[in-house]
Structure formats: C-alpha cells, structure tokens
Design a protein around this ligand. Structure first.
Ligand code: SF4
Ligand code: SF4
Ligand code: FES
Length: 357
C-alpha cells in the first residue's frame, strides 16, 4: 500500500490511499471547520465550511469530499479561501437566532479530541472540555472573527422539550443533516427528517408533531452528533474531568460506551457511543446513552450483604460467598435461579450449570 505525501500549510503529512484531504488535515491537527462531517461517518458535503485552497486547482473545494493525491499542495490559510470560508460561516451563523437559548454556541466551547469536534485528532480546537459544549460553530466563527451575522433568520421556532433527556432547539440548527443521517443510517429508526422548504425548512418528525409522539426511541444518536447544540442534553453543562471507555451494564449485548466523569465526580447523564466496539458498532439504546446515572442511586447496594435474624447486614465478600455456598449446598437440587437480563451469555450459561449440579 503506497503512502501519499501531501503538503498542508507548509507541513508534510502521509496518508493512505483512499484518504480525503480532510483526513490529512485532521491528521496534522489543523483547525479547519468541518461542521457537517461526523468523524465516524461518510461526508455529507452540506456545510461548505471545510473549504481549502489547492495549488493548480480551480475554486475552493470542500476538503471532506476531496480525495487526497500524492504531491498535493494545500493551504487552509490562503486569503481567498479564508475570505470565502468566513462568508460561509457568517451565512451559517445567520441561520441562528440570537443564541440566547443556546449559550453553548456563543461560548464556542468544544470537545477536544471528541468525535463531535476533531475527528479523533486530539484537542486541536483547544477549547475547554465542557460537557454539552457542542459549540463547533461558535469555535469556527471566533477563529474566523465572525462575531455576529449581519442578517437575521426569517424563522422563529419554539423549542421541542417533549423528550425526557434532550431538547430540540431549531433556532440553533444549521440544517447540516448529521442528525437525520444518524437516525436513519446508524440507528435505522428514521424518526426525524428535514421538513418543509426554503426558510421554513427544519428538522422534525412525521406530521410536524412533537418528538415525544414520534417513533423516536431517545437513543441520543442525533444529540451526540449535533455540531451546534440544537439537539442537546437537558442536563446543565459541566466540566468533564475524565472519560472512561467501558461496557454498558444494562444487558448482555455489551455495547461500548464512553462515560464522562464530571469534576464533581458524578457521571454525566449522557454517555458517548464507541463506534469501534464490535458489539454495538456505534449504536446505543436510551439506557446506554442516558441511563448510567443509577450508579449514584442512594439505595444502590455497593457492598456485600447477608440477611441474619431477618435483617440485612453488611459483611465481607468471604463471609457473603461462604454464606451463599452453604445455603445452596443445604438446598441442593431444590433451588431455582432468577437471572438478570444484565448478565452476559457466559453468566447465563454458568447459572444454569450451577442449578443443575
Ligand atoms: S434520539 Fe435516536 S431515535 Fe430519536 S430522533 Fe435521535 S437518533 Fe432518532
Ligand atoms: S439539529 Fe443539529 S445535527 Fe440536526 S441538522 Fe440541525 S444542526 Fe445539524
Ligand atoms: S465538512 Fe465538508 S462540507 Fe461540511
């Protein structure tokens, strides 16, 4: 496999055959806006914010759709491309109302190294790691000195707060299409699509009804990919101290999740999916996405307990296991087991074995 060499902003980068120019740009960690490109999915080519200048090529092509070629000389900072990109960003910014409802956009907070922000190339946006800061647009605008758009949008939409875990705020939507693709192609649900035309176009569900009355399963795939916070968790933004990749504890499928530990040591309500996990391939259900908060339940059993004299008492693991083994031996051949849907296939196999011996 022959590696291709490209020059980007006077730096050389190697990429494998089949790579796009955007992948080469991200490999170098260059801060190029890419609002409609989810790093885990094919390019949509909808936002035109990833424009670059290519030596000996006419126009300003979109990097996400441009196949990389050996010897290409690319600039992300050429005055022509910066001027056009700034205009695209201003027009995009003009699609939003004042942003009062979506301070995350104004703040321009991003997710360094996060799939929403950087295509997996760590931290090149350099913004604080703020939970819910889906502010790629704000970040891109501030880098291009687009403080406010000169135009006002012609629409005025009320937010849809009918879902338990997230809000759809169409005043913060740039119609990039990432959410509808996530719902259709990743989750295979098809709950949301683009409704209407022109200035009236918006993301919505069948019959222009509330999201809660649709077939939406609250999987949060659309929320995870939204680059502006138009789809955002209802939880207040908080600083993320740590991210931990783990396995969803809810059922035996074993989906990959990445939980976010806030600086107050609580888990953020929303977890991220892990596309490289072979069990889930980036899909999650509502429980894996929004349901891990049970770890903070006050009545959760976190230590071994045995019942003695009719009351539950905390004890050591050794004592708990000895007590359980003695009880099972006493009733050998006369007990059944209730197994949890949270158990893995292997656990299920073992429990039936135990009941049969
Ligand atoms: S939460 Fe899931 S099912 Fe509902 S609209 Fe978003 S992607 Fe579709
Ligand atoms: S809701 Fe978000 S992901 Fe969906 S089209 Fe609007 S900006 Fe894009
Ligand atoms: S990221 Fe290339 S057109 Fe949107």
């Amino acid at each position: 496999m022959r590696v291709m060499k490209l020059s980007i902003d006077d730096r050389v980068v190697d990429v494998p055959p089949g790579a796009t120019v955007l992948e080469a740009v991200n490999r170098l960690g260059v801060a190029l806006p890419q609002l409609c490109k989810d790093p885990d999915r094919s390019p949509l080519g909808a936002c035109r914010t990833c424009l670059v200048h290519v030596e000996d090529m006419r126009g300003t092509p979109a990097a996400c759709h441009l196949p990389a070629r050996d010897g290409m000389v690319i600039s992300t900072t050429h005055p022509d491309v910066v001027r056009i990109r700034s205009m695209v960003l201003e027009l995009t910014r003009a699609m939003l109302s004042s942003g009062e409802r979506s301070p995350m956009i104004e703040a321009g907070a991003g997710f360094p190294g996060d799939r929403r922000t950087s295509g997996g190339i760590g931290g090149h946006f350099g913004a604080p790691d703020v939970l819910g800061g889906f502010g790629q647009l704000g970040d891109a605008c501030s880098r291009h000195e687009v403080a406010r758009a000169r135009w006002e949008p012609m629409h005025r939409f009320e937010p849809d707060v009918s879902k338990s875990f997230f809000t759809l705020d169409r005043e913060a939507c740039i119609l990039c299409g990432r959410c509808t693709v996530a719902c259709d192609d990743v989750q295979k649900i098809g709950a949301i699509s683009m409704l209407g035309r022109g200035h009236a176009m918006k993301v919505g569900v069948a019959g222009d009804a509330l999201m809660s009355s649709s077939v939406c399963t609250s999987c949060g795939q659309c929320v995870a990919t939204c680059p502006t916070g138009a789809l955002r968790p209802k939880e207040e933004p908080a600083t993320v101290a740590r991210r931990v990749e783990t396995t969803c504890p809810y059922c035996g499928v074993g989906c990959g999740i990445e939980v976010h530990v806030r600086d107050d040591r609580r888990l953020a309500v929303m977890a991220d999916d892990v596309p490289r996990n072979r069990s889930s391939e980036g899909m999650l259900c509502v429980k894996g996405r929004f349901g891990t908060g049970f770890v903070h339940a006050r009545d959760r059993i976190v230590r071994p307990m045995v019942r003695r004299d009719g009351a539950w008492r905390e004890t050591s693991w050794d004592d708990a296991l000895d007590t359980a083994a003695a009880g099972l031996a006493r009733h050998r051949g006369k007990f059944a087991a209730l197994a949890s849907a949270k158990a893995t296939n292997e656990d299920g196999y073992l429990i039936q074995k135990l009941c049969r011996i």
